[in-house]
Design a protein around this ligand. Structure first.
Ligand code: SF4
Length: 222
C-alpha cells in the first residue's frame, strides 16, 4: 500500500463541495498547459502509448514510440512481425514480454471485433487484453469520452491532501471524485492535479507557500 496523505488534512477550510470549483478554476489558470505528456498522432498510437506507459515514465515511452510508430501504423502491423521482434522494439519500456502479448491480443481484438478502430466506452476498452480501468479511462478521456476520472499517484496524493477523499484505494477515490467534480471537467481534472503535483505539491516537500489553492487546502503548511 503506498503512503497515505489523508492524515495531513487537519485545517478547517469549508466543505469540499464549495471548494471544488475554485480549486479547478485556479489550477486551470496556473497550469493552462496541463495535458497528457504522451506523444501520439492517432487513436491507435494513443492506445499503444498508454499501454506501454505502465510502470515507466511518459518520457521513456515517447522515446520508444518515436521509432516504434515509424514502423507500426495499423493493427495488422503489430501482428505481421514475430512476437520477439515486437518485444525487442518495446524492450526499453520494461515488462516488454507482457506488454507485447497484451498489444498483440488487443490488435487482434480490434481487427476481429471493432473493425480495426479504437472503441470509445470503458466497457469495450476494458475487454481489450491488458487494458485495465486506468488505461481505459485515460484513452476514453483523450478521445473526448471521459467516463471516469483517472487516479494515478499524483491524483491520489493531491485528492487526499485537499481532502476531496479520505479513501486509500484508487477505485474508491475515483468514486468520490466523480461525485464531486463536474462531468465536463472529468478529462482535464487529473491533468491539473498531475501537473500541480509535479510542479508544486511534491510528495515529500510540498511548496505550500507558492500554491494557488493553499487557502482551500486543509493540508497547507502556511
Ligand atoms: S502544495 Fe498546495 S495542495 Fe499541496 S499540500 Fe500545500 S497547499 Fe495543499
Amino acid at each position: 500500500m503506498p503512503r497515505s496523505y489523508v492524515h495531513e488534512a487537519r485545517r478547517r477550510v469549508g466543505p469540499k463541495k464549495e471548494r471544488i470549483r475554485p480549486i479547478i478554476e485556479r489550477l486551470a489558470v496556473e497550469h493552462a498547459d496541463a495535458t497528457i505528456a504522451l506523444t501520439f498522432r492517432s487513436e491507435l498510437e494513443l492506445l499503444v502509448s498508454v499501454m506501454l506507459s505502465a510502470q515507466t515514465t511518459d518520457v521513456n515511452v515517447n522515446r520508444v514510440t518515436a521509432t516504434l510508430f515509424e514502423k507500426y501504423h495499423a493493427p495488422g502491423d503489430y501482428l505481421a512481425v514475430a512476437l520477439e521482434e515486437l518485444e525487442r522494439d518495446i524492450f526499453a519500456t520494461g515488462f516488454f514480454r507482457q506488454k507485447a502479448r497484451s498489444i498483440r491480443g488487443t490488435m487482434r481484438m480490434l481487427l476481429e471485433e471493432f473493425d480495426g478502430e479504437v472503441p470509445r466506452t470503458l466497457e469495450e476498452l476494458t475487454r481489450l487484453p491488458g487494458v485495465a480501468r486506468k488505461t481505459a479511462n485515460v484513452v476514453a478521456a483523450e478521445l473526448g469520452h471521459a467516463q471516469g476520472i483517472v487516479v494515478d499517484t499524483h491524483v491520489r496524493r493531491l485528492s487526499q491532501r485537499l481532502r476531496l477523499t479520505k479513501q486509500e484505494d484508487p477505485v474508491k477515490i475515483e468514486r468520490d471524485l466523480v461525485k464531486l467534480v463536474p462531468r465536463d471537467d472529468w478529462a482535464r481534472f487529473p491533468h491539473l492535479l498531475i501537473w500541480h503535483g509535479r510542479r508544486v505539491c511534491d510528495a515529500r516537500r510540498p511548496r505550500c507557500e507558492d500554491c494557488v489553492v493553499n487557502d482551500l487546502c486543509p493540508s497547507s503548511r502556511v
